[in-house]
Ligand binder design. Structure first.
Ligand code: HEC
Ligand code: HEC
Length: 324
């Protein structure tokens, strides 16, 4: 019986898949831009030690650092007072914005920088996420859905406070782009890549691998941590050409809409100096209509003819530009 069933399954499954698979599915998401904590990942135990970062008088344990309902703040004097919804959450579903995006709005390759995003853009994204018009290319990225759940709890006044807080900030430079064929052998302990630090290398291939330069302070969520983005040889130059409109019949120039030096306008986001993994994810998501917000249409068009290699080159070049 079991034998007949599995035979039947074997012959029908490919046929079924061929019938139901939508055309867009033939370009799988570039999963390398969406690092995910492996299921078997066990975070190191908290031994109770107070952790510190340079120049801050504060101390937090690893358990506090990992608490997704409380945005720890090493430098409270370094930014405007955080609105309550940025700083403090509550169970079961409200994780505050500052816990993932940091009090300084710098974010990380695992999410997005919010510092200096135009107020109108920020407001529109919050609205798009809440309405289900914006999602992610890899459904296992739980943090996106945790954020959407939190956003659904916001009232209008809280949204105003968040938008005012993050849009007034300046995004600091912190990504160094390195073209290379080989990278330090990496692994994904959580939602980011890091080096195994065993002296070995692995081929980069057609990926971008973005790693914190100081992993301990990245875990501590020190906003000053810098990142190295390893990108394929030649991609910065190739990206520069595409961004400038060298193949405008396929990919239009970006500055016309994204502003001088790609630093954004009052409603269109800046691109310069942002995390290249974030940029690749967004271009893929526009192309595949996973970003369907009220103003997504021009980008769905612009990314429509991009290959993943084009996206990679564009992201490499954009990351190499100064953000401010
Ligand atoms: C659990 C972690 C987490 C929390 C909490 C969180 N976010 Fe996010 N946020 C993310 C991730 C992950 C992304 C997606 C990045 C991507 O698309 O690749 C994101 C993306 C965004 C974006 C898109 C930025 C862009 O450039 O388009 C905005 C805006 C945003 N978040 C605002 C917020 C606000 C406001 C809050 C608080 C209500 C919040 N987030 C809370 C993880 C989080
Ligand atoms: C016709 C105008 C237009 C052109 C040309 C254009 N963009 Fe955009 N872009 C937009 C708009 C509008 C948005 C905001 C979309 C939204 O709100 O959903 C956007 C958003 C983006 C985002 C999302 C950023 C974030 O923070 O999530 C990326 C990435 C992006 N564009 C890349 C590019 C690149 C690369 C080019 C050139 C190849 C380009 N855009 C050309 C209008 C344009």
């Amino acid at each position: 019986m079991g034998g007949i069933l599995s035979l039947a399954r074997l012959s029908f499954v490919p046929l079924l898949l061929a019938l139901i698979a939508p055309a867009a599915a033939d370009e799988p998401a570039p999963v390398w831009a969406y690092p995910i904590a492996p299921k078997e990942y066990v975070p190191p135990r908290d031994d109770g030690t107070m952790r510190h970062v340079p120049d801050s008088a504060k101390g937090y344990t690893l358990t506090e650092i990992r608490d997704l309902f409380f945005a720890l703040d090493w430098f409270p004097d370094g930014h405007a007072p955080m609105p309550a919804v940025v700083a403090q959450g509550h169970r079961p579903d409200f994780r505050p914005c500052g816990v993932c995006h940091r009090p300084e709005g710098i974010g990380g390759p695992e999410n997005a920088s919010l510092a200096g995003l135009p107020a109108a853009y920020l407001r529109r994204q919050i609205d798009d996420y809440r309405r289900g018009a914006r999602t992610t290319g890899v459904k296992e990225r739980g943090h996106v859905f945790r954020m959407i759940a939190a956003m659904k709890e916001l009232n209008d006044e809280e949204i105003d406070q968040i938008v005012a807080y993050y849009s007034a900030m300046t995004l600091l430079p912190r990504v160094k782009v390195v073209e290379t064929t080989d990278v330090p052998t990496s692994y994904i302990p959580n939602w980011y890549y890091t080096s195994r630090r065993d002296g070995t290398t692995e081929p980069l291939g057609e990926r971008i691998v973005e790693m914190p330069d100081d992993e301990e302070n990245f875990i501590n969520r020190d906003f000053r941590v810098t990142f190295t983005a390893y990108v394929p040889p030649g991609s910065v130059r190739r990206g520069e050409d595409l961004v400038a409109g060298k193949e405008a019949e396929r990919i239009p120039a970006c500055a016309g809409c994204h502003g001088e030096k790609l630093k954004g306008t009052d409603s269109i986001p800046p691109l310069a100096g942002r995390s290249p993994s974030l940029i690749v994810r967004q271009l893929y998501e526009f192309k595949h209509r996973l970003r369907n917000g009220t103003m997504a249409e021009p980008m769905q068009e612009n990314a429509g003819k991009m290959t993943i290699a084009d996206m990679t080159a564009i992201a490499a070049y954009l990351a190499s530009l100064p953000p401010s």
